[in-house]
Structure formats: structure tokens, C-alpha cells
Design a protein around this ligand. Structure first.
Ligand SMILES: Cc1cc2nc3c(=O)[nH]c(=O)nc-3n(C[C@H](O)[C@H](O)[C@H](O)COP(=O)(O)OP(=O)(O)OC[C@H]3O[C@@H](n4cnc5c(N)ncnc54)[C@H](O)[C@@H]3O)c2cc1C
Ligand code: SF4
Length: 521
């Protein structure tokens, strides 16, 4: 038992970083514990073939910035490291449509659209959001597609958290009156999702976390929180002990325990929900029975469009440079990797739809046998990233899963309502049209076509808001029902389907939750 803190924050993603800065500003002594590593610009991999630096797979001693987790009903990609998902994300910061504020378990608890408006504005300013000024080939093709469909007015440049100064020129902090770190101008290399090696991406270590450290935030990286236990009184009113253990050392498995008055769970959906499900069975039995409920995948589909045309270079631009609102519920974004990043090639199969496992395998084989030369050329393109683009399709329409404790690990179950689908017909149709513009074809990650399992980079929910503990895990101010000074501030608090990339919303919600906390006496 070493130190006494006012707050311990578990995880350093969007929710954790906002909490860290705002609590430090209010005069609290704050410790942030993060499972992943610190990554400076030169630590990021040049391509995603450098698996040790790209993937988080501790059993193989890979301590990179992205984790892939496979469940029965969904495969999830998420970020790990100091800065959480901001290290690996594609910088895009859209605001959800009005339906988001009036659905789900938080419906009616507040006039969310009005209440969150100032917090969205703060979040945009803090994350350095600006419209992308560089529309490149991948974006131009999307614009062409929108025009072909008679919806040219529904195409726009994405709003992104990137510094667009003079390419590669370093300037003093352009955002926080000199209190932030220096930045360099983006050189539109497209490599944002393997980590920006040019100091142009406004990841959380360059804004919220940097400013919080100036105000006294302590960060312990490479440590995973395993336990949170009330001290004395069972409701946590006398504080908690938090226990964590080294996550990267092979030999040092010693546990550290600290005392704190308050706890903020901010480990992202996979970190927070896993921990809460475990703690409900052990040290935090008063947690709501709703832990793990209302998990949303953002109704997403990731389709790769691969072109055989060697002259095309789809890497140029930023990771997500534009968006096409295909109808009032659906959005399509072209997503790039930087030159040389070809890992996903290993997991590609043609898009097929519905049916049993055998029928899908039959369809895949049939497609390849009908056009063996075309598929051979596409599977063996020289630089996969240059000749491919990921079409990220998201929908506002709702569907949920639940997470439960399994024998060895967390597992998913289908709850009421429809389960998230691997194949969304509109997404497949749009990808086919996009492919026609490049002479290419559509592919998906094999878990989608073979196992009929959707993939998502935007997992949300699992510790949602409600009027009471019967309806949610947290109240409208993010406080955990049943415990004092305990909050959830990350993607698991998102209580409806935003249908768009969620980091801005997570940031705005965390800003609001922190506004409700009083200054330290
Ligand atoms: C490839 C990719 C691209 C994306 N692009 C976009 C985009 O363009 N726009 C957008 O809005 N969103 C994007 N996202 C999604 C975005 O990254 C997430 O929605 C967001 O990061 C979630 O924020 P969070 O606050 O929930 O926590 P996270 O950012 O997930 O961070 C949680 C952190 O907690 C740590 N942690 C977990 N458990 C523990 C524990 N027990 N102890 C200590 N530490 C722990 C994790 O290591 C992690 O660093 C993308 C995601 C991926 C994977
Ligand atoms: S396009 Fe390249 S330079 Fe620009 S933010 Fe992304 S990784 Fe950094």
C-alpha cells in the first residue's frame, strides 16, 4: 500500500484523458493507470507488417497500439497505449444525428442535444478539429459515387484532429497558448492508423494528457488494473483500494495497491465492462445487474475495395478524409493505410451474403473460380495499401448485444432485438459501385464472410445510463449506482447508437461528467 490519491483513473483513452485534465484542474491529486506503453513519434511502426509494434498481443510479447478481440457475435478492434484509441484512430470527429439523443436508456434523462452542445464545442477545440483540406483520390472517388447517386450535396470533407501546417515543418504549440507540445504539419501520408510518425496527429498525449501532466497528473503505464475494493464502508464513502500489475514484463508480476477517494473507470468498453463484470462477483456486489447490457457495434461494416490498377495510389491523404451520407441513417467513409501496410491482405475473402456456413463457403469458392485471374491479381497486388481502400459504413439503426463473464474470458450473447449483422446490403451495394469506379472488387475480413460475424472499431455501451440501477449502471452524471465517488467515463457510458465515429461524443460526455464534479476544497 503506497500512496493516497483523490482519484485513480483506469485507462487513458478519450474518457480517461478528459477526466485526468479536468480533475487535476479542480485541484485533485490524480493517478492514471494505463495497460499499454508510451509511444513517441519514432516508436510507431512504419507499416502494419511490424506486428510487434502494431498489435497488442501480450502472449506473443507484441505490445503495439491495436488490439483485435474475437467474440462469437462480433470481432472488435480497439486501441491500447498512453492515449488509448487516439494513437491508432483515424482522427475523424463527426457529431451524431438528432435520433441519437432521443433513443436508448438515457432517453428523457436530459435534453441531451442542448445539454451537450457546449461540451461538443469544447471537445472540438481541445482535440484540434478542423475540416480536412486535402481531398485525394480515395475521397474524389467517393464524391463521384455520391454524385452518381444524385446525392452530391451529401458528400463532405471529414472534420479531423490533425495539424495542417506546412508539411513536416515543426512549429511551437499552435493550440494552447504555448502550453502544449510543438507540432509538425501533416504530409498526407495516410499512415494515421499505424500511429503518426510525423507529429501531426492530435492524439490525446498531445492535448488532454500533456496539459494534465503540467498540472500534476501522475501516469503509470504498462500496468493493468485488476481490482477495486471499498475501504471500510461498503459503499465506498471511505474510499477504495486499487490494485494493478505490470502488463508487459515477463518476470515482474508484483502487484501494487494504492488508496484513493474516488475511481474513474475509463478502460474503454473491453477494459471497463470486463473489469466491472469481474468486480460485481467479488468486491463491488452492489453494481447494477445491467453491467454488460446494451452493447452496440454502431451497426458497422468494413469492406475493402481493391483495384488492379497499379497507377492508382489510394494511400495519399489522411486516414479518413471525407464522408458520404448515403441516406438519413447511413454514412460511408473511405479509410486508408500508409504505403507498405498490407497486413489485412492475409485476412481477405470476397464479399458474400447470408445463408449457412457451407453456403457462404460455396459462394466464396464460386466467386473465385468464376474469375480466377481477376482474384489472383487482386490477392497479389504489389502494395496492398496503394491499391486498396477500406469502406467504413455506419448506421444509426439500433441493435444490441450483451457481454457476460465466461469461463475463461468475457463472452457475447444476443439480447432482445436484432443482433448486429455481418452483411448490410446497402453497404455491399455502395462498395460494389465504388469498385466499379476503380475496376476493383469488394472483400471483407474472413470472419465476416466465413463466420458471418460483423467487425467494428466502434464498440460502445455495457455500462449505460439509466434513471435507476434497474435501468442503468450509471446515472445521467456518469456516477455508478450503489457506490460513492465512482464514475464510468469511456465508450461504455454511451447509451444509444451514435451511428457515426464516437470519439468526439465520448469526449463531450466526459467533459460534461467532469463539469459536475466540485472543485477540491
Ligand atoms: C483502427 C481504428 C480507427 C478508429 N478511428 C476512429 C475515428 O476516426 N474516429 C472516432 O471517433 N473513433 C475512431 N475509432 C474508435 C475510437 O478509437 C474509440 O471509440 C475510442 O478510442 C474509445 O475511447 P474510450 O475512452 O472508450 O477508451 P479507449 O480509447 O479505448 O482507451 C481505453 C484505454 O484503457 C486501457 N485499459 C483498458 N483496461 C485497462 C485496465 N484494466 N487497466 C489499465 N488500463 C486499461 C486500454 O489499454 C486503453 O488504452 C477507431 C478505432 C480503431 C481501432
Ligand atoms: S496523414 Fe501522415 S502525417 Fe498526417 S496525421 Fe496521418 S500519419 Fe500523420
Amino acid at each position: 500500500m503506497t500512496e493516497n490519491y483523490d482519484y485513480v483513473i483506469i485507462g487513458s483513452g478519450f474518457g480517461g484523458s478528459v477526466s485526468a485534465l479536468r480533475l487535476c484542474e479542480k485541484g485533485y491529486k490524480v493517478l492514471l493507470v494505463e495497460k499499454g506503453k508510451w509511444y513517441g513519434k519514432d516508436d510507431f511502426p512504419e507499416t502494419n507488417w511490424n506486428l510487434k509494434k502494431w498489435l497488442w498481443l501480450p502472449s506473443l510479447r507484441f505490445f503495439g497500439i491495436m488490439k483485435m478481440t474475437f467474440f462469437r457475435h462480433v470481432s472488435i478492434i480497439s486501441g491500447v497505449g498512453v492515449g488509448g484509441g487516439s494513437l491508432v484512430y483515424a482522427n475523424t470527429l463527426p457529431t451524431p444525428k438528432p435520433a441519437f439523443y432521443n433513443t436508448g436508456s438515457w432517453k428523457g434523462l436530459e435534453n441531451w442535444e442542448a445539454v451537450l452542445k457546449p461540451h461538443y464545442a469544447t471537445a472540438l477545440r481541445m482535440l484540434g478539429a478542423t475540416p480536412n483540406p486535402h481531398l485525394e483520390l480515395g475521397d474524389n472517388l467517393l464524391q463521384q459515387l455520391a454524385s452518381q447517386q444524385g446525392r452530391g450535396g451529401h458528400f463532405e470533407a471529414a472534420r479531423v484532429s490533425v495539424f495542417f501546417g506546412e508539411a513536416e515543418k515543426t512549429v511551437p504549440d499552435p493550440y494552447f497558448n504555448g502550453e502544449g507540445p510543438a507540432r509538425s504539419g501533416c504530409n498526407i501520408c495516410g499512415a494515421c492508423m499505424t500511429g503518426c510518425r510525423h507529429n501531426a496527429k492530435n492524439s490525446l498525449d498531445k492535448n488532454y494528457l500533456h496539459l494534465a501532466r503540467n498540472k500534476g497528473l501522475e501516469i503509470i503505464a504498462e500496468n493493468e488494473v485488476l481490482g477495486v475494493k471499498p475501504r471500510g464502508s461498503q459503499d465506498g464513502s471511505e474510499g477504495y483500494t486499487v490494485t494493478f500489475r505490470n502488463a508487459t514484463s515477463f518476470f515482474n508480476k508484483r502487484k501494487t495497491t494504492v488508496r484513493t477517494k474516488g475511481v474513474v473507470f475509463a478502460g474503454g468498453v473491453l477494459g471497463t465492462v470486463k473489469l466491472l463484470l469481474k468486480l460485481k462477483k467479488t468486491s463491488l456486489p452492489r453494481l447494477s445487474k445491467r453491467v454488460g447490457d446494451d452493447v452496440r457495434t454502431n451497426n458497422e461494416s468494413l469492406i475493402f475495395s481493391i483495384t488492379p490498377d497499379k497507377e492508382k495510389d489510394l494511400t495519399k491523404g489522411i486516414a479518413i478524409g471525407s464522408v458520404y451520407h448515403a441516406d438519413e441513417n447511413s454514412h460511408l467513409e473511405p479509410v486508408r493505410y500508409g504505403q507498405g501496410s498490407g497486413f489485412w491482405r492475409l485476412m481477405m475473402v470476397p464479399v458474400v451474403s447470408g445463408g449457412s456456413f457451407f453456403s457462404r463457403m460455396f459462394q466464396i469458392t464460386g466467386k473465385i473460380l468464376r474469375h480466377p485471374i481477376v482474384y489472383f491479381r487482386l490477392f497479389t497486388v504489389k502494395d496492398f495499401a496503394r491499391q486498396s481502400i477500406v469502406l467504413l459504413f455506419m448506421q444509426h439503426l439500433d441493435s444490441t448485444l450483451v457481454f457476460r463473464r465466461g469461463f475463461f474470458r468475457m463472452k457475447t450473447k444476443v439480447s432482445k432485438g436484432s443482433r448486429p449483422k455481418a452483411q448490410i446490403p446497402l453497404a455491399a451495394r455502395l462498395a460494389e459501385k465504388y469498385g466499379e469506379l476503380t475496376g476493383g472488387k469488394s472483400f471483407v475480413i474472413l470472419t465476416e464472410s466465413v463466420l458471418n460475424m460483423p467487425s467494428t472499431a466502434h464498440i460502445l455501451g455495457g455500462a449505460v445510463m439509466g434513471k435507476s440501477e434497474a435501468e442503468g449502471v450509471i446515472d445521467k452524471n456518469n456516477r455508478v449506482f450503489g457506490y460513492k465517488n465512482m464514475l464510468v467515463c469511456d465508450g461504455s457510458m454511451v447509451s444509444a447508437n451514435p451511428g457515426v465515429n464516437p470519439s468526439l461524443t465520448i469526449t463531450a460526455l466526459a467533459e460534461r461528467a467532469m463539469e459536475k464534479i466540485a472543485e477540491k476544497d
